[in-house]
Design a protein around this ligand. Structure first.
Ligand code: NAD
Ligand code: UDP
Length: 309
C-alpha cells in the first residue's frame, strides 16, 4: 500500500512509519513539526519508499497520486501542550481531521483516526470499555484536547455514514518509548529525565491516580492490525496493567538507581483519577494484546533518554 501518515515525525508516527516500511509499504509522512522532529525520521532519509512533506494539515492537503490509506495522527498530545497550544490542538482535531477525511474520500483511501483514552475524560466507569461515553469537562484546560478528539471521532463516523469512507478509530491509552521528547511534560519522560539527572521525581497530587502504560511497538502493532481489519467502531488499544503514579515513580527510581526520592506537586485540574483500558474488543476483533513487559519497555526508554541527556 501507499500510506499517508499525518504526524509522521512525532513519537508514535515515526515508529508507525518504521513498521509500515518494514511491512513493505510506501510511506508519506506529513508533519508541521509543532511537537515532532525530523530527528525522529532522519534514519529514513534516502529510503526510496519514504517521503517527508512539511505541511500543516489544518490547511488543505494536497497529495499526488492515490494513497491507499490515510493514518491521521497529527495532534499535540501532552498535557503541557494543552496550555501552550490549545487553539492549534482544537484546529488540528477539527479542521485537520476534516481535511484528512476529505483527502481519503477524494482518493478512495481507507482512513484511521488516532483517538485517545481522553475521550473518556475523568472516567466514572472503570476499566473503560468503548461503550462508555465519558465524563469530560468541555471548558477545562484539558477540554481542548478531549473535545477536539471527540469532534474528530464524530466527523470520522459522519464521513463513514454519509460518504461511505472506510474508516477506523483507535482509542490509544498512555504509550511510551524512545523518541518521546525529554521536555514533553508527560510522566514517562519527566520521571526518567529527572531520575537520570539525579533529581527527585515530581509526583502530582498524592500519586494515587492510576495509569496503564503501553510500549510503543505494541501500540503500533495494534494500529496496523486495525488498519487491516474491517471494523468501523472505536477500538481501545493500551496495556491493561494498571498502577498508581506513586508506584510508577518508585519503579523508575529503582530501575535507574536514583537516590533523590520523590516530591509532591499540585495535581493539575481535571487530571483523570483512574485509567485502564478494557481491551476485550482489541483481543477479539484484532487478536491483539500487549507483549512488552513494563520493565523491559522502561529499560529501552531509559537507554534512549540517557543518550539524549
Ligand atoms: P507527538 O506530539 O510526538 O506527535 C504528534 C505529531 O503531530 C507531531 O510530530 C506534530 O508535529 C504533528 N502535528 C501536530 N499538529 C499538526 C498539524 N496541524 N499539521 C501537521 N502535523 C501536526 O505525539 P504522539 O504521542 O506521537 O501522538 C500521536 C497521536 O497519538 C496523537 O494524535 C495523539 O493524540 C495520539 N495519542 C497518543 C498517546 C500517547 O500516549 N502517546 C495517547 C493517546 C493518543
Ligand atoms: N504526572 C506526575 N508527575 C509528572 C508528570 C505527570 O505525577 O511530572 C502525573 C499526571 O498528573 C497524571 C499522570 O502522571 O496523573 C500521567 O500524566 P501524563 O502527562 O503522562 O498524561 P495523562 O495520562 O494525564 O494524559
Amino acid at each position: 500500500m501507499r500510506i499517508l501518515v499525518t504526524g509522521g515525525a512525532g513519537f508514535v508516527g515515526s515508529h508507525l512509519c518504521d513498521r509500515l516500511l518494514a511491512d513493505g509499504h510506501d510511506v508519506l509522512a506529513m508533519d508541521n513539526l509543532i511537537t515532532g522532529s525530523t530527528d525522529n525520521i532522519a534514519h529514513l532519509a534516502g529510503n526510496r519508499h519514504f517521503k517527508f512533506l512539511y505541511h500543516d494539515v489544518t490547511d488543505y492537503i494536497y497529495v499526488p497520486g492515490h494513497p491507499d490509506a490515510v493514518m491521521h495522527l497529527a495532534s499535540p498530545a501532552s498535557p503541557i501542550d494543552f496550555d501552550r497550544v490549545p487553539i492549534q490542538i482544537l484546529k488540528v482535531g477539527s479542521l485537520g481531521t476534516h481535511n484528512a477525511l476529505g483527502l481519503a474520500l477524494a482518493k478512495g483511501a481507507r482512513f484511521l483516526l488516532a483517538s485517545t483514552s481522553e475521550v473518556y475524560g475523568d472516567p466514572l466507569v472503570h476499566p473503560q470499555p468503548e461503550s462508555y461515553w465519558g465524563n469530560v469537562n468541555p471548558i477545562g484546560t484539558r477540554g481542548v484536547y478531549d473535545e477536539a478528539k471527540r469532534f474528530a471521532e464524530a466527523i470520522t463516523m459522519a464521513y463513514h455514514r454519509i460518504h461511505g469512507v472506510d474508516t477506523r478509530i483507535i482509542r490509544i491509552f498512555n504509550t511510551y518509548g524512545p523518541r518521546m521528547r525529554l521536555d514533553d511534560g508527560r510522566v514517562v519522560p519527566n520521571f526518567i529525565g529527572q531520575a537520570l539527572r539525579g533529581e527527585p521525581l515530581t509526583v502530582y497530587g498524592d500519586g494515587s491516580q492510576t495509569r496503564s502504560f503501553c510500549y510503543v511497538s505494541d501500540l503500533v502493532d495494534g494500529m496496523v492490525r486495525l488498519l487491516l481489519a474491517d471494523e468501523h467502531d472505536p477500538v481501545n488499544v493500551g496495556n491493561p496493567t494498571e498502577m498508581s503514579i506513586l508506584t510508577f515513580a518508585q519503579t523508575i527510581n529503582k530501575l535507574t538507581g536514583n537516590p533523590a526520592g520523590i516530591i509532591f506537586k499540585p495535581l493539575p485540574p481535571d487530571d483523570p483519577h483512574v485509567r485502564q483500558p478494557d481491551i476485550t474488543r482489541a483481543r477479539t476483533i484484532l487478536g491483539w494484546e500487549p507483549k512488552v513487559l513494563l520493565e523491559d519497555g522502561l529499560t529501552q526508554a531509559i537507554a534512549y533518554f540517557q543518550s539524549k541527556l
